[in-house]
Design a protein around this ligand. Structure first.
Ligand SMILES: [Zn+2]
Length: 501
């Protein structure tokens, strides 16, 4: 029986998000050991995809770990050490009986001390198993791809969709290539190209625009003789480390029609790299000032529009690791007289607790926001009536898992309904508002905090969608952020750069 060890570890750093991500965060958000780790993703994740191929191919999976901490500040060194020891300890224990290893990773984790812990982990795996045992790794499209990753694994594949929906098939791709290597077919070569560019997530959408064009060409190139798999990595934009830059990664094997696999792979990687570079200005994000958004709401009201305007504070995107405590749009709404029927979310444990202490129907006068990322956000003084209180537990649609935003209050400030969660919650879908007893479809304005993924859920109900120009740890204007460790030159920091690599 062929045996493959599998482990899943997901964390995406935002280096501008204050604090640290602890082992308790992993345990709260997604943690399973042994056989449970294979089913933790409810049959939809990479491990489930790998398991489906394993069943077809008669492969026995040795499941070790599922660890998920979402997006946020760097992982503590102690949490990383614990995860590392679980994975490496299991590999040492099972080494003699293993035919291959598959690590399903995000690719943009960072710890307090390391900027490439996943590359380091793959290198340690390689050291334990030696040069001949096939090692596969899969990544998010926002992977910070490094030379150490390329050196340490034989198979490296990434998501082909953004918003990400291909978890299952990514696991299948990795596992099929791994089985192919285990069965002794010609060893694949990996070639990649790092491109001296980075860009915020708003235009990473693979269904339209520049990224769609690149992904269409990627599919064509994958049909070339000898090409086994191609990945395009649009690096997590708020990752502050050397080697940051987008990457194209190609896996190829010698073929009668393309005997030089390395040259074949490099040619495809370079062609896609050129395509990304040629489109770089189209990845620039142009946002709308908040007063223009409010003017659009008033115009829509005057025209009798029944659908809401949806506006996203992408710079405070909780799914991009920000803290969700920005109140720029709320401030503008309050200053404009609080007459717009708006749903606005904010993460603020102190303000939520104050609402719970006061009780339903009580009037509270307090500061909200600016508590979690004080370097970016200022608090706002508000007076409002506590409309409802709930436990903040609900099933989000994206990601499709149970969510716990902590005790959550709705504060009515004039016509505004401010949804105050105790913890940052992902704000891509409508589910938090629904849990709080609110109907986004009936509002005049719905404010969310997402750099792009919200469009999947909100465009179908919105009269118009805006990305609002605010600041925060996930600012789309990367040149406004205090990066310290990037390798330069790098577009858009050097806007005149002419050489893609
Ligand atoms: Zn991603």
């Amino acid at each position: 029986m062929t045996r493959v060890l599998i482990a899943s570890i997901y964390h995406e750093v935002n280096h501008f998000s204050p604090g640290v991500t602890t082992i308790e965060d992993f345990q709260r958000l997604g943690w399973a050991l042994g056989a449970d780790s294979l089913v933790r993703g409810k049959g939809r994740d990479q491990a489930a995809g790998a398991a489906s191929v394993a069943r077809e191919e008669g492969v026995d999976l040795v499941a070790i770990l599922f660890a998920q901490a979402g997006s946020g500040p760097p992982v503590t060194d102690s949490a990383y050490a614990a995860i590392r020891e679980i994975v490496l300890g299991a590999i040492r224990e099972h080494r003699e009986s293993l035919d291959g290893i598959y690590l399903s990773l995000h690719g943009a984790m960072a710890t307090e001390s390391l900027t490439d812990p996943e590359g380091a982990l793959l290198a340690e795996v390689r050291e334990i198993v030696g040069p001949d045992l096939p090692v596969a790794a899969s990544f998010d499209l926002h992977c910070h791809f490094t030379a150490l990753m390329a050196r340490s694994a034989d198979i490296l594949v990434g998501f082909e969709t953004c918003p990400h929906v291909d978890f299952f098939t990514t696991g299948q791709r990795a596992m099929r290539l791994l089985v192919r290597s285990i069965r002794g077919e010609p060893a694949p070569v990996v070639r990649y190209r790092k491109i001296r560019m980075t860009a915020s997530s708003e235009h990473h959408d693979t269904r339209r625009g520049p990224m769609h064009e690149v992904m269409v060409r990627r599919k064509e190139l994958e049909r070339r003789p000898g090409i086994l798999d191609i990945s395009v990595f649009a690096t997590q934009p708020w990752f502050d480390a050397p080697e940051v830059g987008w990457s194209t990664v190609v896996i190829a094997a010698p073929d009668a029609l393309a005997p030089d696999a390395a040259a074949n792979a490099q040619q495809c990687a370079d062609e896609l790299g050129e395509m990304l570079w040629a489109r770089r200005e189209r990845f620039r994000v142009r946002k709308t000032p908040v007063d223009q958004v409010l003017a659009a709401v008033r115009e829509a009201r005057a025209a009798g529009e029944e659908r809401p305007i949806v506006a996203s504070e992408g710079a405070d995107s909780t799914s991009a690791g920000s803290t969700g405590d920005g109140v720029d749009t709320l401030r503008a709404l309050v200053e404009a007289g609080a007459t717009i029927d708006a749903l606005v979310p904010v993460a603020d444990p102190v303000a939520a607790a104050a609402c719970f202490a006061a009780g339903v129907d009580a009037t509270v006068d307090m500061e909200v926001g600016g508590r979690l990322s004080p370097g970016f956000h200022r608090p706002l003084r508000v007076t409002g009536r506590v409309a409802t209180l709930c436990d903040g537990r609900y099933r989000s649609k994206y990601p499709p898992f149970p969510t716990d935003a902590g005790p959550t209050a709705v504060l009515a400030i004039g016509a505004i309904r401010l949804v105050i969660t105790s913890r940052p919650a992902y704000l891509l879908d409508l589910e938090l508002f629904k849990r709080a007893g609110l109907d986004p479809v009936a509002a005049e304005l719905v404010v969310v905090k997402s750099a792009g993924g919200y469009r999947e859920f909100y465009e179908p109900i919105a009269a118009q969608v805006f990305d609002i120009d605010t600041t925060g740890p996930a600012d789309s204007d990367l040149t406004r952020l205090p990066f310290r460790r990037l390798d330069h030159p790098l577009w858009p920091f050097e806007a005149d750069l002419q050489q893609p690599w």
